[in-house]
Design a protein around this ligand. Structure first.
Ligand code: HEM
Length: 492
């Protein structure tokens, strides 16, 4: 009897108490692991030597023909998708995940503000949309975004098409065409016409040269000595400001109405209203006209050049695109200009544009500054640090885009993962000219593929040094053959 009792006790202990204790232990473990706060880590990375940090490495990358993104790429591979470095005496964190991009670019917590390096801020001006304080930014952005209406986009499409047709019509006489140079010319003319009806050849040429000097100065060390790039950039800015003063002065005196951005932004003499205080002042208008030229010309021209390169390397995509464009050509009268509506009949071309923008990642990262200590993806970001969303790494993340180095326009048949396509940024600082840029790329590729076939003349893949937006050093030189000539001489 006693033995039976002990046996029962043993069974009870063995089959009930032990498993219960085990279960309890497991539950406690799960609870501990899920509720335990892992201490935030400081991003890995080398801060370089005191004061100078890794500035010399960064400058070396700017001056190399791999392009300055190589500086980021090397560290991304070494440290992972969040790392820190020190450039120009400041801590810069680079982060590349869609979740981090969402948090930083949406900025719901108000923890971040946009910040460019000192040289860029001085060159575009402190009233520029790119550098203005939060309050000023809101005011300026609301004025400028009103100008990118559907009506003005429609007229821009027509104007850009006219410029493209005129430009392309001279190509068949030439033995070599440098796509980047032609695209820079057309985009500058189109943007200057849209902004202030500037069509004078001499002034456009001067502007083209000076905007080029500003681009070159943007990544330079801010040294004001006469032989430095930075100084030359500042001088170019001064000349542009004088030109803009002259144009604004003439416009104020004029009674004529001009259908351009400047006319909408200016209050002319005798037109002062009670809302005057909310209107933009002269310096704001000038800084932002320069900003839109800088933000719009080089970016769009570089994107067009990369798109032509990618198409050339992917004959399948090029054939499919040509098929779509030639079918549309049957509908569009050959003499009439393309309309905004025509662009909606180019579903494949739209995907080619999007895919080219992903691959080119013209603006490779988006700079912000932390306004207070915070945490992102388990990493501590300290107040005052620069935090850069590394869009290019996201665009080439194999977990998001399969075969990321290949042009596959059909990958955009379906919606992509949120915050994975960042060519135009996201959130309150999204590119203001995105529809315009898309439209210019579509018009250009339509006119090129329906007019010419081209043959690449120089396959050098080097990236141009000292440019803010990555572009090919060769500018992509091609020899073109008219499609009409081919039809006349099919065996030629
Ligand atoms: C393919 C061409 C273009 C690309 C890839 C591009 C890309 C971008 C990106 C990524 C940003 C946001 C950067 C950030 O969040 O830090 C931006 C901002 C901006 N872009 Fe573009 N852009 C292009 C063309 C244009 C054009 C044609 C214009 C106007 C004429 C323009 C005007 C602006 C302006 C004014 C901003 C500043 C917006 C703000 O801070 O509120 N862009 N662009």
């Amino acid at each position: 009897m006693q033995l039976l009792h002990y046996n029962n006790l043993f069974c009870w202990f063995w089959y009930i108490v032990i498993p219960c204790l085990g279960l309890q232990y497991l539950l406690l473990q799960v609870l501990w692991h899920t509720t335990r706060k892992t201490p935030a880590k400081i991003p890995a990375g080398n801060r370089g030597i005191p004061f100078i940090g890794e500035t010399i490495h960064f400058m070396a990358a700017i001056n190399s023909n791999k392009g300055f993104y190589d500086f980021i790429k090397i560290r991304r591979l070494k440290y992972g998708n969040c790392f820190k470095t020190n450039i120009f005496g400041q801590t810069h964190v680079f982060i590349s995940s869609t979740e981090a991009a969402k948090k930083i670019l949406r900025n719901e917590t108000g923890n971040f503000t946009k910040r460019y390096i000192k040289s860029i801020a001085e060159l575009v001006g402190d009233q520029s949309l790119l550098c203005a304080s939060h309050h000023q930014h809101k005011l300026i952005r609301s004025h400028l975004s009103a100008l990118f209406s559907r009506a003005s986009l429609s007229s821009m499409v027509k104007q850009f098409d006219e410029l493209t047709v005129n430009n392309l019509s001279t190509w068949h006489n030439k033995s070599s065409i440098i796509i980047l140079h032609e695209a820079l010319k057309i985009t500058l003319e189109a943007i200057c016409k849209m902004l202030m009806t500037l069509e004078e050849k001499k002034e456009l040429e001067m502007l083209h040269k000076d905007v080029g000097l500003i681009y070159e100065a943007m990544l330079s060390f801010p040294l004001r000595l006469p032989w430095t790039r930075f100084y030359k950039g500042l001088q170019a800015r001064k000349r542009i400001m004088i030109l803009l003063d002259k144009i604004i002065e003439a416009r104020r005196r004029s009674k004529e109405k001009c259908d351009d951005f400047l006319d909408h932004l200016l209050i002319k003499d005798g037109e002062k209203s009670i809302e005057e205080e909310t209107q933009l002042r002269n310096q704001q208008i000038k800084d932002n006209i320069l900003t839109m030229i800088i933000a719009g010309q080089d970016t769009t021209a570089s994107a067009i050049t990369w798109m032509i390169k990618y198409l050339d390397e992917n004959p399948e995509a090029l054939n499919q695109l040509r098929g779509e464009q030639q079918a549309l050509q049957q509908k569009v009268s050959r003499k009439a200009h393309l309309t905004f509506e025509d662009l909606n009949c180019m579903p494949y071309a739209s995907k080619v544009v999007k895919e080219s923008l992903r691959m080119a990642s013209i603006v490779p990262w988006f700079p912000r500054m932390a306004l207070q200590d915070c945490q992102i993806e388990g990493f501590t970001i300290k107040k005052g640090w620069n935090i850069n969303v590394d869009a290019k790494s996201i665009h080439f993340d194999q977990m998001i885009f399969q075969d990321p180095y290949k042009l596959i326009p059909s990958r955009f048949d379906d919606d992509s993962k949120p915050y994975s396509f960042l060519a135009f940024g996201m959130g309150g600082r999204t590119c203001l000219g995105l529809h315009l840029a898309r439209a210019m790329m579509l018009v250009f590729v339509y006119r090129l593929t329906t007019s010419y076939r081209w043959k690449l003349l120089d396959s050098d893949e080097s990236i141009e040094k000292w440019t803010l937006f990555s572009r090919l050093k060769s500018g992509y030189p091609v020899h073109v053959t008219g499609i009409d000539e081919e039809r006349e001489f099919p065996n030629a």
